[in-house]
Every structure is written in structure tokens, then in C-alpha cells.
Design a protein around this ligand. Structure first.
Ligand code: WQD
Length: 340
């Protein structure tokens, strides 16, 4: 059974990917510093899969802690690197926190992978590397414009760090998955987004407003050059996103990769505006949301959605769940978590 390290594996996307990996027959080791996640997630994974993954609490931004961790996992077959801060708005307010954490973690992980001979890397990248693309949908060959946020810049720099490391030594093969907007929760509602603190992202803010935890959803701008004036994103169900990781992993383990460093867009290929997301949530849940249009949020781009044809062709993967299904799954999770 192949052994896979999942860094940031108690986080939102990491926990859903760990669940899919276990259900696909992999042995999963989770390492996380729990700075933006809760260890109870392991129990949620166990409820779904019957297996509680081995867990190491480690700050991967710290070189010596990371070295200590890798001494336990030198025989791993692959590593999926999620561990990073990921809120666009927050990164604008706290850039150094983002550069230090996201880049130091990657550097420490890569150094230890080379040292221990762990050959396969899947990197959690982001559509934010594209900035505000001139032409939509974006393909993997779309220009990498200046990032609109420190978060997006850490992903651009990380991709270059991986590219240069693999050029220098072909010992590692890597796939970067450029996620669009992950939303929703596992169908069991046993895992989902971490609901502590005021959410940065749209969908957890919507579900907390629907649950009465937040007074009102602020819509950041309706003066964009879009059909209804609100910003457009490509929202993908987190379970579809998790399955893209198992597809990418199988590609590397089966030696099907066509180069030592490949990049894939992972989205639905559809763009939806904030207003459409609100309307769809209200439709699938029957809940009327209290919303107010306010000014734009610094660091936001106007519109982006993916051309996903490369992942469909090469990974034989395609998003299956609709926006409505994803939003309903988020609401069911919120209700389960809050006991409502
Ligand atoms: C979406 C839209 C906001 C909150 C995310 C992740 C990032 C990356 C890309 C993976 C924007 C609007 C939001 C609110 C609002 N994913 N909004 N009111 O900024 O696209 O980035 O996807 O790497 O990690 O953070 O997502 O959910 O914050 O915003 O109107 O209370 O919703 O302005 O137009 P974003 P988001």
C-alpha cells in the first residue's frame, strides 16, 4: 500500500483529500501545525473511512521541526503539500505572515524530500497565480500576471521554487494543481470548512449568515464589469477537488507523467457571480439571506474561471457536482456542526 504524506491534512482541502486517498486504498500520514484547523478532523475522517490517519503536529515553517518529522516518514511514496495560509483578503493585511509561512514551509518540505529520496510531489497551487487574466477561461498557458495579493504571489513563487528545484535534480517529479474556488463539504457532513473566527471566504460566510451566527453577508462590490456587477469565480465542490488529487497521484505513481513538472487547472469550467451564488444558496436551501452591497475588497480580481480540458484529458478527471449541490452540502455541514 503506497504511503502518502499530506501536509496541512487537517485543513479543509487536506482533510477531504486524505479521506479520498484512504478510500482509494492509500496509507495516509497527516502533518499539520493546527494553526488553522482542529485535530477533531481526524475523528471525522475515521467516521467516514473507518481509519484514523497517523498524525504529527509539526510547524513545517520551522526547519528543525520539519527535519524531525521527516525522520519518521522517510519511506513515503509521495507528498501532497497543502500546508499554507490561504485567505486572499487576509494576505493583503498581513503579507509577511504569508510570505514567511507559505514559502518557508515549502522550502523545508522540498529540502527534506530530496534528502530522504521521496520522489513524488503534488502541490496545492491556485488560480490566483493568473491575477486578472485578459482572456477567459484561463488555460495552464495563460500568462502569469502580477499577483493581486501576497497570497497569490506566494503561490507564484512556490511554483517557481518547485520548477527550479526539479530542473536542478530530476530526483523529484511534481504536479501543481491550480485550484479555483473550493466550496462545500463531504456528503457525510462529518468534515468541512473550519468554522472558527470570522470567515474570509464567501461560502462559509453565507452558511454562517444563514445559521444566524453572522448578522449579514456583505457583498464586496457590484460595480464590476460583469452581467450583474458582482465578481465572478469558478466554484468547485471540495470532493471533486479531492478526487483530482488522487488522479494526479496515480499519474505520478504509475509513471504516466509526460514531464517531471506538470500543471493542471482544477475547476468546473463555469463562472458564477457572487449574486448567483447567493441566489442559488437561497434556492437550494429555501433560506432568504440578509445581504448588503458594500465596497470592493482590496486584492480581489473581477472575474476568473477555468479551461479544464487538460485535466480532463490527461488526468481523466472532471468535476461532477453542481454549484447547488456544493452549496447545499456546505449548509448541511454547517447545520450538523452547529447542532441545528
Ligand atoms: C469569492 C468572491 C469576494 C466574502 C479563494 C481562496 C483562495 C483561492 C482562490 C485556492 C469574491 C466575494 C467574499 C464575503 C463577498 N483558492 N465575497 N463577501 O478571494 O476568490 O479566493 O479562491 O487557492 O485560497 O481564498 O475567494 O470566497 O474570499 O471570495 O462578497 O464575505 O466572494 O469579493 O468576489 P477568493 P472568496
Amino acid at each position: 500500500m503506497a504511503k502518502i504524506i499530506v501536509t496541512g491534512g487537517t485543513g479543509y482541502i487536506g482533510s477531504h483529500t486524505a479521506t479520498e486517498l484512504i478510500n482509494s486504498g492509500y496509507e495516509v500520514i497527516i502533518v499539520d501545525n493546527l494553526s488553522n484547523s482542529n485535530i477533531n478532523v481526524l475523528d471525522g475522517i475515521k467516521k467516514i473511512t473507518g481509519i484514523k490517519p497517523v498524525f504529527f503536529k509539526t510547524n513545517l515553517a520551522d526547519a528543525s521541526e520539519t527535519k524531525g518529522f521527516f525522520n519518521h516518514v522517510a519511506d513515503a511514496d509521495a507528498l501532497i503539500h497543502f500546508a499554507a495560509y490561504k485567505a486572499v483578503g487576509e494576505s493583503v493585511k498581513h503579507p509577511l505572515k504569508y510570505y514567511r509561512n507559505n514559502l518557508n514551509s515549502l522550502l523545508n518540505v522540498l529540502e527534506n524530500m530530496f534528502e530522504k529520496g521521496i520522489k513524488n510531489l503534488i502541490f496545492s497551487s491556485s488560480c490566483t497565480v493568473y491575477g486578472q487574466a485578459e482572456n477567459l477561461p484561463v488555460t495552464e498557458l495563460s500568462p502569469i500576471l502580477k499577483a493581486d495579493s501576497p497570497y497569490g504571489n506566494t503561490k507564484q513563487i512556490s511554483e517557481e521554487i518547485i520548477r527550479d528545484s526539479i530542473k536542478a535534480s530530476t530526483q523529484i517529479k511534481a504536479i501543481s494543481l491550480r485550484y479555483f474556488n473550493p466550496i462545500g463539504a463531504h456528503e457525510s457532513a462529518e468534515i468541512g470548512e473550519l468554522p472558527t473566527g470570522e470567515p474570509n471566504n464567501l461560502v462559509p460566510y453565507i452558511t454562517q449568515t444563514a445559521a444566524g451566527i453572522r448578522e449579514q453577508l456583505k457583498i464586496f462590490g457590484n460595480d464590476y464589469n460583469t452581467p450583474d456587477g458582482t465578481a465572478i469565480r469558478d466554484y468547485i465542490h471540495v470532493t471533486d477537488l479531492a478526487k483530482a488529487h488522487t488522479a494526479a497521484l496515480q499519474r505520478l505513481l504509475n509513471l504516466e507523467n509526460k514531464s517531471n513538472y506538470e500543471i493542471f487547472n482544477i475547476g468546473t469550467g463555469e463562472g458564477n457571480s457572487v449574486a448567483e451564488v447567493v441566489r442559488t444558496f437561497e434556492k437550494v436551501t429555501g433560506i432568504k439571506l440578509n445581504t448588503k452591497v458594500v465596497g470592493r475588497r482590496p486584492g480581489d480580481i473581477e472575474k476568473i474561471w477555468a479551461d479544464v480540458s487538460l485535466a480532463e484529458k490527461e488526468l481523466k478527471w472532471k468535476a461532477e457536482k453542481s454549484l447547488g449541490e456544493a452549496l447545499l452540502s456546505a449548509w448541511i455541514r454547517e447545520k450538523k456542526y452547529r447542532g441545528i
